[in-house]
Ligand binder design. Structure first.
Ligand SMILES: O=C(O)[C@@H](O)[C@@H](O)[C@H](O)[C@H](O)CO
Ligand SMILES: [Mg+2]
Length: 402
C-alpha cells in the first residue's frame, strides 16, 4: 500500500479546525486532527509545505517508522506546531491501518479495557449560585463528573466562565481580549464554591477544577490544602510546568490530586512529573502530543508510576481528535477520565462520527478506524476566521501567565 495523496482542510463551523486527510492507492482514507487553537494556519502550512511532500509514496502501514521519520528525522524537534502536525499524520495512519484491518481502532491498540469512557462536563457561572445550578444540569444529564468554574468577585471577567453555557468557546475574539487576574481574590473564593457544591450534591459526583496555570507553586499548595475537605477528583494546571521540579512544593503540602498536561507535546515535558510521582493525572491528548503513537508511550510511563490519563477534550480539539482519544481511552489500562465539551451542531455536521454519550460515558462505536469522517463540501462553506484565546494581566497591568 502507498500514500497517493494528502491534503489539509481548514474549516470554521463555529470555530477553526485543521484536518489532514491521507489517501492511499488502495482507496482507503485516514483523517487526523491538526488544530492548534489560535495558531491554526502555522500547522496547516507545516503540513502542506513541509510534511506532505515527504509522505507521498510511503507505505502508510509503517506507522512507527513514519512517526520516527517526522520526529527523529527532523533537525528541529518538538514544539506544539511540529507535534500537532506529526499527530495529524499519525492519527490518519492509525485510522487507515484500522480500516484496512476492518476493526475499530481500540481493537488494534489491544482491545477493550472498559465498557465506557467516563467523561466530565464543564459547568460555569458568573457566581456561586449560578455555578451550582449549572452543575445540577450536568448531573441531570447523567454526568458522573463535572468541572466547576465560577466568576471571582472584584474581577470583571474570568477565563472559563462564559455566557453560552453548553457550547462554550474560549477563543472569543479576532484579537486577544484581556482578562484581569488576582490570585488573592481567587484563592479566597474558590473554596466557598466547593463547600456549596458538596453541601448541595454530597460526595457522590466527582468534582474537578481548573486553575489555568495562574498560581505560583506555594499558592497552588494553598489551593490544594483549602480544597481538601471537598475531595476533588483533581485540581488542574495549578502552576506552569516549565519547571517540573516546582511540583515538589505542591506535593509536599496537599493530598488534593493534581492533573496537568493539556499543553504538553512530548514525554520530556512530563518525565520528571511522572517519574517522581508529582502528579496523579496526565492530560496530554492525541492532537497536541504527537498522536496515538506518542501518547501511548506517555501513558505507559505513567502507568508504572500510578499516574492515570485524563485527556484534554475542549471544543478546540476537533471531533477527529475526540474519536481517536475515545479509542485510546477504551484501551489504555491506566485510564482516569476524559474531558468532554460538546461541539456545536454545525461542527458535528461537518464531522459525522460514530461516538455517542450515554449516562455519563462516551462510547467510540465499532466503525472501522476511529469512526470520524469529514463532509468536505459542507466544510468548504465555513472559511477560516481568525480567533484568539484571551490574555491575562494582573490588576496593575502586568502581563501574566496563562
Ligand atoms: O481544560 C480545558 O479544557 C481548558 O484549559 C481549555 O479551555 C483550554 O484553555 C483550551 O482548550 C485552550 O485551547
Ligand atoms: Mg485546562
Amino acid at each position: 500500500m502507498k500514500i497517493r495523496s494528502a491534503k489539509v482542510i481548514v474549516t470554521c463551523p463555529g470555530r477553526n479546525f485543521v484536518t489532514l486527510k491521507i489517501e492511499t492507492d488502495e482507496g482507503l482514507t485516514g483523517l487526523g486532527d491538526a488544530t492548534l487553537n489560535g495558531r491554526e494556519l502555522a500547522v496547516a502550512s507545516y503540513l502542506t509545505d513541509h510534511v506532505i511532500p515527504c509522505l507521498i509514496g510511503r507505505d502508510p502501514q509503517q506507522v512507527e517508522d513514519i512517526w520516527q521519520y517526522l520526529y527523529r528525522g527532523a533537525y528541529w524537534r518538538g514544539g506544539p506546531v511540529t507535534m500537532s502536525a506529526i499527530a495529524a499524520v499519525d492519527t490518519a495512519l492509525w485510522d487507515i491501518k484500522a480500516k484496512a484491518a476492518g476493526m475499530p481502532l481500540y481493537q488494534l491498540l489491544g482491545g477493550r479495557s472498559r465498557n465506557g469512557v467516563m467523561v466530565y462536563g464543564h459547568a460555569n457561572g458568573a457566581d456561586i449560585s449560578e455555578t451550582v445550578d449549572e452543575v445540577a444540569k450536568f448531573l441531570d444529564l447523567g454526568y458522573k463528573a463535572v468541572r466547576a468554574q465560577c466568576g471571582i468577585p472584584g474581577l470583571p471577567s474570568t477565563y472559563g466562565v462564559s455566557r453560552d453555557k453548553m457550547f462554550y468557546e474560549p477563543a472569543d475574539a479576532d484579537l486577544p481580549t484581556e482578562n484581569v487576574w488576582s490570585s488573592e481574590k481567587y484563592l479566597d473564593h474558590v473554596p466557598q464554591l466547593f463547600e456549596r457544591l458538596r453541601e448541595k450534591f454530597g460526595f457522590g459526583p466527582h468534582l474537578l477544577h481548573d486553575a489555568h496555570h495562574r498560581l505560583t507553586p506555594i499558592e497552588a499548595a494553598r489551593l490544594g490544602k483549602s480544597l481538601e475537605p471537598y475531595r476533588l477528583f483533581w485540581m488542574e494546571d495549578v502552576t506552569p510546568a516549565e519547571n517540573q521540579a516546582a511540583f515538589r512544593t505542591i506535593r509536599q503540602h496537599t493530598v488534593t490530586p493534581i492533573a496537568i498536561g493539556e499543553i504538553f507535546n512530548t514525554l520530556w515535558q512530563c518525565r520528571t512529573l511522572i517519574e517522581e510521582g508529582l502528579i496523579d493525572y496526565i492530560r496530554a491528548t492525541v492532537v497536541h502530543a504527537g498522536g496515538i503513537t506518542h501518547l501511548r508511550r506517555i501513558a505507559t510511563l505513567a502507568d508504572i508510576h500510578h499516574v492515570r490519563t485524563g485527556c484534554h477534550g475542549a471544543t478546540d480539539l476537533s471531533p477527529v481528535c475526540m474519536g481517536a482519544a475515545l479509542h485510546f481511552d477504551t484501551w489504555v489500562p491506566n485510564f482516569g477520565i476524559q474531558e468532554y465539551m460538546t461541539h456545536t451542531e454545525e461542527t458535528d455536521a461537518v464531522f459525522p462520527h460514530s461516538y455517542w454519550f450515554e449516562d455519563g460515558y462516551l462510547h467510540p462505536g465499532d466503525a472501522p478506524g476511529h469512526g470520524v469522517d469529514i463532509d468536505e463540501e459542507l466544510a468548504a462553506k465555513y472559511p477560516y476566521s481568525r480567533a484568539y484565546l484571551p490574555v491575562n494581566r494582573l490588576e496593575d497591568g502586568t502581563m501574566y501567565n496563562w
